[in-house]
Design a protein around this ligand. Structure first.
Ligand code: PA5
Length: 482
């Protein structure tokens, strides 16, 4: 199998976190953090980091889990022959990571020519919604004989994914017969429990593990992300190498030089001391657009809580994550960010060398005294970089706290670093906020009501609750003939 070797990591590719524009020297004391404010919190930060290390969360060791890589390699060898398309059926943490990996490796217009040099070895389609409109379109474009469905679910029971599975299983079975159907599936799920695991055992479907101590949104560096990566020609070792490099920078070092700890502290203090209740992640990189979506789920679902980590009621906490893209959102959101409420911490991601540049100018458009003559002699990359700096400066002038990640290149190795630093920062921020960053009770309620309405056994009461809600009298409705 040919894997993407474009991303050759060099030490100078390591991510640099520039914190200058969150300091009071730059922003003033109302919106900037002072040395005193940060120093006061250092003992608490040390405790938070120690608690995360002590808890030994499964995601920390994923870069070293050779056993999981071996599973991925085995299933690739067993399942991919004759398949030109991989369809991920999964939602939330089971979909956002694979999508971020694919787009970072292959770019937003993604496919290039499948199988051509420099392009992915297979199509990857990710079905993370059950709108029948979209799902029907997706299914219609598949050649069942050449398709592998990678069904990803930690619990092995999420209703959206299970519903999709039944449709996909039927389609394949109709096309190739019941006996051959399992050859068109690969499952990624809990090592022991759940419907997917049982079904894999029953029908001999190839199956890969999401370790018990790794939650959905922290699972991108398990087979959840690594299998779709490898199946489409991306070397998973680049992702794991990036995560390992970030681990080395964050673990066993002083908190002041630990990027994850500092990232967590700045977000926490900006929220609690400076009222920055919104965290905007704005990569200047098309390839990282979907990384910002992955971050949005991680930050929201992990930290938006109304119980303390020991389960007592507490005042709700949680910064609202917002995803943006430079320069696109300069023409949509930046007005709000510079002149609207000063309630946001912005994080920009800057890629110094995207690996390609394009000269500007065209005869008849940029010569002589043309209005566009100022573009002649410049490149698209130059304009892109100038706009990043200009935006950063405008934000600083407007006293908007802004973090900047700087990377020389962009690719799977850089993405592996980003995944790991944000997962660690989330765990540390959970300690600072005193919430459990690893549960999601607010998500479970909706799931259980749905199970009840669909008649799943054991959820009768939930079904009745939803029925009562649906039969209530609407108090205020416009339109619809009422
Ligand atoms: O982070 C989480 O745990 C969730 O977002 C899950 O990823 C999502 O609900 C899907 O769950 P599962 O993987 O069990 O199908």
């Amino acid at each position: 199998m040919t894997l993407n070797s474009l991303d050759r990591h060099r030490p100078e590719d390591d991510l640099v976190l520039d914190l200058t524009n969150v300091l009071d020297d730059v922003l003033g004391t109302t919106h900037g953090l002072s040395t005193r404010e940060m120093e006061e919190w250092l003992p608490r930060l040390r405790e938070a980091v120690a608690a995360v290390e002590e808890a030994n969360y499964g995601f920390l060791d994923l870069p070293e889990r050779r056993d999981l890589m071996a599973q991925v390699e085995r299933v690739c060898t067993r399942s991919l022959e004759g398949k030109d398309t991989v369809v991920v059926l999964g939602i939330g943490g089971s979909a956002l990571g694979p999508r971020a990996i694919f787009e970072t490796a292959w770019g937003p217009y993604g496919m290039g020519e499948v199988g051509a040099p420099g392009g992915p070895s297979r199509r990857l389609l990710i079905a993370d919604n059950i709108d029948p409109d979209g799902f029907a379109q997706l299914m219609q474009q598949l050649d069942p004989k050449k398709t592998l469905f990678n069904v990803i679910s930690k619990s092995g029971s999420t209703v959206e994914t299970m519903a999709q599975l039944t449709i996909a299983w039927r389609k394949i079975s109709d096309a190739v017969g019941a006996d051959n159907t399992p050859q068109h599936f690969a499952f990624t799920t809990d090592p022991i429990r759940g419907f997917l695991r049982e079904t894999a055992n029953r029908y001999d479907v190839p199956v890969m593990d999401i370790p018990d101590n790794v939650g959905g949104r922290f699972s991108v560096l398990t087979p959840v992300g690594l299998f779709p990566a490898m199946a489409t020609g991306i070397d998973p070792k680049l992702l794991l190498g990036g995560a390992a490099a970030m681990n080395a920078r964050c673990r066993g070092v002083e908190v002041e030089s630990n990027p994850a700890a500092v990232l967590a502290l700045v977000h926490f203090l900006m929220d609690r001391l400076k009222g920055k209740t919104i965290s905007v992640l704005m990569p200047y990189s098309d390839r990282l657009r979907t990384f910002a979506e992955w971050f949005g789920q991680l930050w929201a679902e992990s930290l938006g809580k109304n119980k303390s980590s020991s389960g007592e009621d507490r005042a709700p906490v949680g910064q609202t994550p917002v995803r943006a893209l430079g320069t696109t959102d300069q023409h949509s959101q930046i007005q709000l960010y510079t002149e609207g409420p000063n309630d946001k911490l912005l994080t920009l991601i800057r890629v110094e060398d995207p690996g390609v540049d394009i000269e500007l100018g065209a005869p008849g458009l940029t010569d002589g005294d043309s209005t566009l003559a100022y573009l002649q002699g410049h490149t698209l990359g130059e304009v892109f970089r100038i706009e990043q700096t200009a935006t950063e400066m405008a934000l600083v002038r407007a006293e908007r706290p802004t973090l900047t990640w700087k990377s020389r290149t962009v690719g799977p190795h850089v993405l592996g670093q980003l995944f790991q630093v944000y997962e660690l920062a989330t765990a540390i921020a959970g300690e600072l906020y005193n919430v459990n960053a690893f549960d999601q009770p607010g998500v479970e309620e909706g799931k259980n009501l749905t199970y009840g309405a669909l008649g799943r056994s054991g959820y009768d009461e939930k079904g009745e609750e939803l029925a009562a809600y649906q039969s209530r009298t609407e108090a205020w409705v416009l339109g619809g003939g009422k």
